[in-house]
Design a binder for this molecule. Sequence first.
Ligand code: CP
Ligand code: NVA
Length: 301
Amino acid sequence: MKHLLKMLDLSSEEITQILDLADQLKYEKKHGIAHPYLEGKSIGLIFQKSSTRTRVSFETGMNQLGGQALFLSARDLQIGRGEPVQDTARVLSRYLDAIMIRTFEQKEVEDLAEYGSIPIINGLTDFSHPCQVLADLMTIREKYGDLKGLKMAYVGDGDNMANSLIVGGLKMGMCVAVATPNEYKPDDLVLDFANDYDSFLWTTDPKEAVQNADVVITDTWASMGVESEKEIRKIAFAPYQVNDSLMELAKENAMVLHCLPAYREQEITEKVFEEHADEIFEEAENRLHAQKAVMVLLMKD
Ligand code: CP
Ligand code: NVA
């Protein structure tokens, strides 16, 4: 593993390796065992979109590993004034040991990896959110012990979360059922990958997707970059709300996950959210551990 650009690039073995190390790092953190595996290393964090979890978990995570993290707002970098990504990559490669980037186009992340000479981590693009999905898989595995054979249902927008959950879930042997409106399907590249699996279902019917699920996942209906479509989307996605009547179709004690930020009474009701708040905030915590594992695997000498 040289970079973390998208879930499609990872093998099941690599995902398992990340999750195992994340569990170990979580244990070490909880028991006050120092783990300065990246002493002297630096990571740059480039943000072209807002962030709470990603920024704070990368910064503190790197600190706990003994290295330093530099927050690089695209507003301040020359990239924001049109300096090509190719040049930025070649310059930053000479100062840093890795770069995490949150941006719009997946191509920008792939270009950084192509032109730079250090590991690149995707901290969210319109296409993919691999760091979040690694944390999600970690959280599901913590509850059930094993991912194989579990049913994951994703309901809502066929966005970066849907794309990454489908690939991550299928690669780890889960059954994945996704319900989105026809106009908001997951990316074709992901559907092409997923359609080779008998354990994959895409439907427009949220009830069909959630039937007998072990874990139900949703995300905002208006991701960063499409906020202007918020009102149209509220109408299109209204039947896709995760609420009590939908949850009745899932297995008893099914988990509910949400990458956050969550919009109450839109993609999820306040009631379902609060009933599953422990799981959702464990998921948020696991961003820290999963990303520390990714940084160690990519950056350790
Ligand atoms: N889930 C997630 O990536 O959160 P932030 O946008 O706050 O980083
Ligand atoms: N799909 C959301 C995820 C936020 C963490 C977005 O891209 O805005």
